[in-house]
Design a protein around this ligand. Sequence first.
Ligand code: HEC
Length: 199
Amino acid sequence: MLVFQGSFEEGEMKLLQGFCWIFTAALAMRVSAEPNLQQTFSTWVNANGELRLPTNLQRGWLHLGSSALMAADGTRIESIHSVYTQADAADYYRKHGKFADGTVLIKEIRFANMNDLVTGALASADAVDVWFMMVKDTRDRFKGKRDWGKSWGWALFGSNDPTTNVSAGYEQECLGCHVPAKRSDYVYTKLYPGLRPGP
Ligand code: HEC
């Protein structure tokens, strides 16, 4: 800063300071707008243990990875599954190899379109079908509640009504399919590049 002092008029210096201030304020707002782990149990879960779906995944949520599901007849990609979490949750996982309390995992399933492009047959994501949501609870806050077990909260939301959890309970609707991933805390961690240390 000292190096430049001679070449700036006082007015310009004030202007520069003003810009710095605006930049800092904008940065602070951006940071506070991002979901963090401490907010989970006041924002996405209510006192009764009911889960609420974040609807702004494109803003501030971290994309852990996407997978494409082949249709049973093997001729096309049927749906694209993208998984999101908080940036802090991914950092914690990469550092400690386990999920932090308050981690939110959202799997967004979109219907796929097949496109014939110059690059080849390409599947692209279209409208949302459903969202699956898991919330890490290391403290057993909601023991015995329908949507809570194995230290996770579990929910399902349809695109026709993203405000209503339509799961009838995790034991009935989720657990059976997630038991194969039991050794990685019921999460299919191997599928997500965003949980690995490198690129
Ligand atoms: C038919 C089996 C099946 C059922 C039922 C099922 N899941 Fe999954 N789930 C999977 C598989 C397999 C993956 C990873 C591959 C993929 O995206 O299909 C997955 C991935 C997820 C993910 C992304 C993180 C991860 O574990 O990889 C979330 C979140 C999730 N499921 C939540 C739920 C919830 C909540 C329910 C119940 C409401 C549920 N799932 C029911 C099979 C299932």
